[in-house]
Design a protein around this ligand. Structure first.
Ligand SMILES: C[S@@+](CC[C@H](N)C(=O)[O-])C[C@H]1O[C@@H](n2cnc3c(N)ncnc32)[C@H](O)[C@@H]1O
Length: 406
């Protein structure tokens, strides 16, 4: 059978190079999926894959390679956790942000939170997003129940500390799950995580080997966008980037496959300044020569008076005055999660939904557990049909509720 139309589609959509998957197992998987879809002709099947997301998703589940395990790469995770501790010393109050892309069943993401916990990075100080194209892998990651093969490189004491036995498997305890989200996404999609702030480290291991040359370029463009200037990219040693790649330069012990993103300070262009002033504000524009912004702003002391005043004004429907009081608070004491959440509420009342969402996101960036911001953002994402983002927010709210009423 000539599978070429299906293989072409797979390389376009996923970037997969069919040669890397083993011809006979790939053919077997394609034949099985075509049978389930009730389709005998590859060209017709390829057309269905084009227009039926569920048919494509079912095929993806059969062909991806989800192989992964905890602490794959050994000391790498301890090394990265140390970097996180050091980075936080330089910018207290700000979480270290990591992305596991692809995360498969979650072992990479949780290895980092376990290493972080061991080094004192309590929940809230480390935030990890895991992204994968396989919904089945993401569901397993969220479940967090693992068999013995996942522990092939894990110290037994760590397994005892962070897992509880369930039959012949092990269930991750709540603490290493804190601050971890799992989201669907395609590594080569230019819109991947478009609204996320760039990360301090991006793990992208054991997937380039399956990609076509063109897909690697697309993936690298995403990795460059998603890694903060001066931040780290982690590839597997077998997937070294070409020496001509000038956005990333080798860094750290060679065995860890680390690269530093070009740029000597956090990218102002990539991280939106956490300022309340809307672009249309009549306030003077920020001078170009102003001192560089830190990666994320330090958490300031909030002035209860100005914030209370802003709240009262908002309650009275004096939205302009309330915003002015917020600006005064920001000028006097800097940004804070409470302040951004209030600005979001005011903007929502003014019907400025996208500005309001932006404000709630900024609040959550400063305080990932800000209940008011989570709740408002959840409603706004649901209203605009972004259900996958909404379900992540709902889970965070549920977790907060579980903590408060254990
Ligand atoms: C071998 S696992 C690697 C997991 C982990 N990074 C590690 O090194 O242990 C490869 C993962 O890549 C995912 N994947 C393949 N193509 C992808 C794509 N285009 N976008 C996102 N994930 C993809 C698969 O679903 C699979 O879970």
């Amino acid at each position: 059978m000539n599978f070429a139309p299906v293989l072409d589609l797979l390389s376009q959509r996923l970037g997969l190079d069919p040669e890397t998957l083993g011809t006979s197992s790939l053919r077997a998987a394609l034949s099985a999926c075509m049978r389930v879809a009730g389709c005998a002709d590859p060209a017709t099947y390829a057309q269905r894959l084009q227009r039926e997301p569920a048919t494509l998703a079912a095929l993806i589940e059969e062909i991806v390679v989800p192989e992964t395990w905890f602490f794959r790469g050994g000391d790498l995770f301890w090394f990265v956790a140390e970097q996180a501790v050091l980075a936080r010393r330089d910018r207290p109050g700000q979480p270290f942000r990591a992305l596991s892309l692809p995360c498969s069943t979650g072992e990479e993401a949780y290895s980092l939170t376990m290493a972080g916990l061991e080094l004192g990075l309590t929940p809230g100080l480390l935030h990890v997003d895991g992204v994968d194209i396989s919904q089945r892998a993401l569901a397993a990651a969220r479940r967090g129940v693992y068999g013995s093969l996942s522990f092939r490189q894990t110290d037994a004491t760590l397994r005892e500390r962070y897992f509880r036995p369930v039959g012949d498997r092990w269930e991750l305890r709540p603490e290493p799950r804190e601050g971890v989200r799992f989201l669907p996404g395609n590594l080569i999609d230019p819109r991947l995580l478009l609204f996320e702030y760039p990360y301090d480290i991006v793990f992208c291991r054991n997937v380039f080997i399956y990609l076509t040359a063109q897909a690697r370029q697309q993936a690298l463009a995403n990795l460059a966008r998603l890694t903060v200037a001066g931040g780290l990219l982690c590839m597997s040693v077998a997937e070294a980037l070409p020496a001509t790649e000038d956005r990333f330069k080798r860094w750290g012990p060679p065995a860890y496959g680390l690269y530093r993103r070009a740029g000597d300070r956090p990218g102002r262009a990539t991280i939106p300044p956490l300022s309340l002033r809307p672009a249309s504000s009549t306030a003077p524009a920020t001078p170009a020569t102003e001192a560089p912004l830190p990666l994320t702003p330090a958490l300031p002391v909030v002035s209860a008076n100005l914030l209370d005043q802003a709240r009262r004004l908002a309650d009275q429907g004096k939205l302009e005055d309330a915003l002015a009081a917020c600006l005064a608070e920001e000028t006097a004491h800097g940004a804070s999660a409470d302040l951004f959440a209030l600005v979001g509420v005011i903007q929502q009342s003014r019907g400025e939904e996208s500005a309001a969402q932006d404000a709630f996101r900024k609040a959550l960036y400063l305080d990932a557990n800000h209940r008011e911001a989570l709740t408002h953002l959840l409603v706004l994402t649901q209203n605009s049909g972004r259900f996958s983002e909404g379900s992540g927010l709902r889970r965070r709210l549920q977790r907060l509720g579980d903590e408060e009423n254990p």
